[in-house]
Design a binder for this molecule. Structure first.
Ligand code: ZN
Length: 454
């Protein structure tokens, strides 16, 4: 089935020439862009969509999330807290998650991501309660396929419980041999390396304060043996820095370098508390910048411009929904722009640079050369926004207006891998009313259960 997007007002390609095309067409055949330019003739049977007054971008790529946390948003007990007490409070709720909760949590997060222009997301799932089956990530992968989002699942892990000096309760940490065995199972079952792949696996021990150094090293060895990427939280807070200095005598980034956890097959979430010397140690690793989460948990401001100047691959991410509390990729882009300007003033990044970070930047961080750019031969992951809406009346440059007016949360269309998944802000692949209702019931039951047992 072919689709011709006809007469797009502005198409921002993020190609090597930084082309921004006016009044252009895009022809989609199967799952890729087969042609882009003016007056394309469509093959017989092509669905033709008039895109007059619409702006097209490559789909956004979200590089850090914890989807299960969508079921634990707005919990009164953990508001106005920094990371460590926030985590300690939430572990008590999270320890009750089930496969059903993980499935519905993923569906809620995916829905918001798709409706706000995200076509590829990762997830970092690291909570595996001892009384639950090991198939929680399998549930996320099932949900991603049903809803139609490109998905990089990561096999997260926690092995350093409270009794061994870590932060999480012992009931949600796992034995290291169990973690490594399940990591291998997930890679063997789901990791698809082909071009336009819809599912990949990476390995992601949670953080320096919830896993042992041994697990970090063994995970790195396994990832490099199986040729998959590595991910973790890093340099998020001063508390983490103090923990690493006390326990290992090293700052967080130094610790990663010691364990050979750097290079182009690694990406880190946050990376706020980093100095110039440490930026060189990253050695080609990517960063997921999560502005809402960093602001809400008072973690600090990521040195985005310095990281870019140092040649670090930078991307934008929503982070877990319990620290955001949304999965709105569009808002995250706007906040990344605003936070960068708060820190760097008139030397801050412009709208084009911020959008490039959210598209091509994210693709590069996830090690993909088939998404993040609108050009022939790339995956047909395309989002279209309507700047003809009254919300944009009186605005001028389309790119600047999109980022600074901040009213484009819901997309006109989201196309993933050549399939229309969202149209006029509505998801076409699932019954959002039914799924939302069920997700809310599962969430309420879990939270009520914990409250009645504490
Ligand atoms: Zn996170």
């Amino acid at each position: 089935m072919a689709i011709l997007l006809k007469n797009i007002s502005t198409a921002v390609t993020f190609n090597n020439q930084n082309d921004i095309l006016s009044n252009t067409d895009i022809l989609i055949e199967e799952n890729q862009i087969s042609s882009i330019g003016k007056n394309i003739t469509a093959p017989i049977g092509t669905e033709i969509i008039d895109c007059t007054n619409l702006i097209a971008l490559p789909g956004f790529v979200n590089t850090h999330h914890h989807l299960y946390q969508t079921l634990f948003r707005g919990i009164q007990e953990v508001q106005e807290m920094p990371l460590f007490p926030w985590l300690i409070g939430l572990y008590e709720f999270w320890k009750h998650i089930t496969p059903e909760a993980v499935y519905y949590g993923a569906m809620v997060g995916f829905s918001e991501l798709l409706r706000t222009g995200c076509t590829t997301t990762m997830d970092h799932h690291y909570v595996f309660p001892e009384n639950q089956p090991a198939t929680l990530i399998d549930e996320q992968i099932k949900a991603a396929a049903e809803i139609g989002i490109r998905f990089h699942a990561t096999r997260g892990s926690m092995s350093l419980g409270k009794s061994l000096g870590g932060l999480p309760p012992d009931t949600v940490v796992q034995k290291e041999e169990v973690i490594l065995k399940d990591s291998e199972r997930l890679i063997n079952t789901y990791h698809d390396t082909r071009r336009f792949s819809m599912q990949r696996i990476a390995l992601a021990p949670c953080s320096p304060f919830s896993v042992t150094k041994e697990l970090m090293i063994e995970t790195r060895k396994l990832a490099r043996k199986k040729n998959v990427m590595l991910h973790t939280h890093l340099a998020e807070t001063k508390d983490e820095e103090n923990f690493c200095l006390e326990k290992f005598g090293r700052r967080p980034v130094e610790l990663m370098a010691d364990m050979e956890w750097t290079g182009s097959d690694v990406w880190f979430a946050h990376v706020i508390h980093i100095n110039d010397e440490e930026m060189k140690l990253l050695d080609g690793a990517g960063v997921a910048h999560c502005p809402s989460s960093n602001m809400k948990l008072s973690s600090g401001i990521c040195p985005t411009s310095e990281l870019l100047d140092a040649g670090v691959k930078l991307s934008i991410a929503v982070d877990g929904s319990a620290s955001n509390d949304g999965s709105n990729m569009w808002e995250e882009i706007r906040r990344a722009y605003l936070l960068n300007h708060l820190k760097y003033g008139s030397n801050g990044l412009n709208a084009y640079e911020i959008l490039k970070m959210a598209t091509r930047g994210g693709a590069e961080v996830l090690g993909r050369n088939d998404i993040g750019i609108l050009q022939e031969g790339m995956a047909a992951d395309i989002v279209l926004f309507d700047l003809d809406d009254i919300a944009y009346a009186g605005s001028h440059d389309p790119l600047v207006s999109m980022v600074t007016c901040g009213n484009s949360s819901l997309v006109k269309m989201t196309i993933v891998n050549g399939k229309m998944v969202v149209k006029d802000g509505k998801l076409l692949t699932i019954d959002t009313h039914k799924t939302g209702k069920q997700a809310h019931k599962v969430a309420t039951d879990l939270v009520e259960f914990q409250r009645s047992h504490s």
